[in-house]
Design a binder for this molecule. Structure first.
Ligand code: AR6
Length: 177
């Protein structure tokens, strides 16, 4: 199951690199609290965007788990980067609520700014240690819960880095429908 439609909004699952989503307006960064470059998704996004991104993002920090802030995308092929701080599994609790907040706050920002398309990585499932199966269920549930109220967002894409992560999301999507 790679595509789910609710009203005028589509939720897509795709294997890929978050920095290579040329057809979406906003990409989401799995950020650190101080909105610095870091590693993983954040490292890849900052490298591709160039040093101007960090100059714009760090004054907006620190942010708390579940929060989201928006910047320009600089040298990336997108208009915006939405930086979300995911929970560190078992440190930032309740981790499921804080992870759901990331997805829902990012979508709220899109609605406010009239952003029509957004791509998310699997927030917290790398350095922050959230088990991928649990994170996939929380992420997809949070997005699907929000979909009926979306007026501006037409495309939500989950960009999964490996085959296993894609498969986990496909299985979860089947279960949730
Ligand atoms: N495109 C899509 N997914 C990716 C990419 C990519 N280019 N690179 C990695 N992933 P992580 P977190 C996957 O660690 O757990 C950083 O150092 C990866 O396989 O980037 O929220 C920050 O500075 C994993 O499944 O994010 C923070 O300190 C998922 O994206 C901290 O890590 C998230 O991995 C954030 O940790």
């Amino acid at each position: 199951m790679d595509r789910y439609i609710y009203g005028d909004t589509a939720l897509e699952l795709r294997k890929g690199d978050i920095t290579r989503q040329d057809d979406v307006e906003a990409i989401v960064n799995a950020a650190n609290a101080h909105l610095r470059q870091g590693g993983g998704v954040a490292g890849a996004i900052h490298r591709a965007a160039g040093p101007e991104l960090e100059k714009e993002s760090t004054p907006l920090g620190p942010i708390k788990p579940g929060e989201a802030v928006i910047t320009g995308a600089h040298q990336l092929p997108n208009e915006y980067v939405i930086h979300c701080l995911g929970p560190v599994y078992d440190r930032d609790v309740p981790h499921d609520q804080l992870l759901a907040n990331c997805y829902q706050n990012a979508l709220d920002i899109c609605e406010k700014k009239g952003i029509k398309s957004i791509a998310f990585p699997a927030i917290s499932t790398g350095a922050f240690g959230y088990p991928p199966e649990e994170a996939a269920e929380v992420a997809l549930r949070a997005i699907m819960k929000k979909m009926p109220s979306l007026k501006k967002v037409e495309l939500i894409r989950m960009v999964l880095f490996g085959d296993k992560d894609l498969e986990i999301h496909q299985e979860n999507m089947k279960k949730l429908m």
